[in-house]
Design a protein around this ligand. Structure first.
Ligand code: FDA
Length: 468
């Protein structure tokens, strides 16, 4: 247990102050630690909430069951923590209520977090598309948040597991492995279920249900997609191949329409939206999976399916049973290029495509999806067939069988329904004193620093509104 301010006498309400000995009427034990605020989860959102509330003079205890502090921050961004995105707007978040995040993001934006980072002397750089990373290590962000908490006299209970939560006498009573804790306000900052091997749990969702709050069905997001092993076998050989693609989800597409083995464009799909410049979606809907969304990002072939930023991005919008569509040559008019290359050329179609793609991909993809053109010489192929090939290249439809699951996901989509929470404070409408912040809330950001920005912004909104 880390050093912190000594717990004070209970002041949770009249019942507590009347308490004389043994057990109080409401069942609380004497001598348990008492705080204004208990924050469960000392990750990104939990430490930020505790620091902000502590600085306002509130007596805060921060509880986490992990042995090591903030493991997700530590491993994030390849160890350099993509701690925000300077271009953050509400449009990069997915939620049943796309407007919910507006207030918190307006109150605490990327520049605010950057100011904090700079005050702590942490050097940073922009990688691409507004993504800000530490120059050295994500440990610097953890050290910064820990220092902020210590400066705000936050008390630590870690490692400490919470066995039960009850509300009685205007107070939350926590039964923990470090003894009883009571607090007037309870903040759930235990994140989502991604990477259970690092201690991720559904604790926040269980507490939400216990208090009668609705949950938006949680699912792995920012996660690789996998395919039927038999159908994927020919592409498994491409494991490690990467290239920039356009990728989109195809809402409403059914299993009957296409499988990984067919690999071709489906007529009458009405899809084929291209990603806009800079990887921004050409079209998007705030509610995941209800409209077509497209990204321009890198794709990576794996043994079991597809990964890389393009797939992680689209996975958040993909629903089981639907197809995804990949443009393997975004921004290139393949039909025109192949037709123009025909005259006087003795090269094979595969060689022409290898000018655009890694050679392995050109040969293997043509063998699987090229309708007999794998060995063909370009000059011998009718323009009509080249156009059909180009159509398949720009609209390669695939039917994932699932995702790689929470063990490989970066985040959880879904969570505590935002209809249950006040957007300015993150407090539950139905349960006074109960708050949810960070990934536990049904607000999921794209890949690129947005999820941390939501963690900081929702935490600051909560920390500033907790009553003194
Ligand atoms: P977070 O997961 O940070 O913290 C939750 C805390 O609660 C943990 O300390 C956990 O131990 C604790 N806890 C859980 N259950 C508990 C229980 N029952 N009792 C007590 N404590 C409990 N985002 C981004 O913006 N940029 C990036 O670069 C990355 N990179 C990245 C890489 C990888 C591999 C992953 C898995 C995720 C990312 N993310 C990311 C996502 C980002 O890490 C995530 O969205 C935030 O950490 C969420 O912050 P929270 O504070 O809500 O949860």
């Amino acid at each position: 247990m880390k050093p912190g301010r000594a717990p004070s006498v209970s002041d949770c309400g009249p019942a507590a102050q009347r308490e004389a000995g043994g057990k109080a009427k409401d069942g609380r034990r004497r001598g348990q630690s008492s705080f204004d605020v208990a924050v469960i989860g000392a990750g990104a959102a939990g430490m930020m909430t505790a620091a902000v509330a502590g600085r306002r003079g509130l007596r805060v205890v921060l509880i986490d069951h992990a042995d090591k502090l903030a493991e997700k921050i530590r491993i994030s961004g390849g160890g350099r923590c993509n701690f925000t995105n300077i271009g953050t707007t509400p449009a990069q978040f997915i939620s049943r209520n796309p407007h919910f995040c507006r207030s918190a993001l307006a109150g605490y934006g990327p520049r605010d977090f950057l100011d904090l980072v700079e005050r702590h002397g942490i050097r940073w750089h922009e990688k691409h598309r507004g993504q800000l990373f530490c120059d050295e290590s994500s440990e610097r962000i953890i050290d910064m948040l820990r220092a902020e908490c210590d400066d705000a006299s936050v008390s630590w209970r870690m490692p400490c597991s919470v066995q039960a939560v009850e509300q009685a006498g205007g107070c939350f009573q926590l039964l923990t492995s470090s003894g009883g804790i009571e607090a007037r306000r309870l903040v759930l900052a235990t994140g989502g279920m991604a990477i259970p091997q690092l201690g991720a749990t559904d604790f926040a969702l269980r507490i939400a249900r216990q208090f009668g709050l609705r949950i938006v069905e949680p699912r792995p997001a920012l996660v690789p997609l996998i395919f039927d092993s038999g159908q994927w076998a020919p592409f498994a050989e491409l494991s490690g191949v990467a290239l920039e693609v356009g990728v989109s989800n195809v809402p409403g597409s059914g299993a009957a329409q296409v499988t990984a083995g067919e690999q071709g464009a489906v007529k009458g799909s009405g899809s084929g939206k291209r990603a806009g410049p800079g990887g921004r979606p050409a079209r998007r809907g705030g509610k995941a999976g209800e409209s077509t969304t497209a990204f321009l990002e890198d794709l990576l072939f794996t043994h079991r399916g597809l990964s890389g930023p393009a797939i992680l991005q689209i996975s958040t919008f993909w629903n089981p049973g639907e197809a995804i569509e990949i443009d393997l040559a975004p921004g290139t008019d393949i039909a025109a290029a192949l037709t123009a290359a025909k005259s006087g050329s003795r090269q094979q179609v595969a060689t022409a495509l290898a000018a655009l793609w890694p050679r392995r991909l050109a040969e293997q993809w043509l063998a699987q999806a090229g309708n007999g053109l794998a060995q063909a010489r370009l000059a011998d192929v009718a323009d009509r067939r080249l156009q059909a090939l180009a159509e398949r290249i720009h609209h390669w439809r695939l039917m994932p069988t699932g995702t790689a699951g929470y063990r490989k996901a970066e985040v959880m989509r879904g969570g505590v329904d935002t209809d249950e929470l006040d957007q300015r404070s993150m407090q539950a409408h139905k349960v006074e004193g109960l708050y949810f912040v960070g990934e536990a809330v049904d607000v999921t950001g794209w890949l690129g620093g947005y999820n941390f920005q939501w963690a900081w912004a929702s935490a600051v909104a909560c920390g500033q509104s907790l009553p003194a």
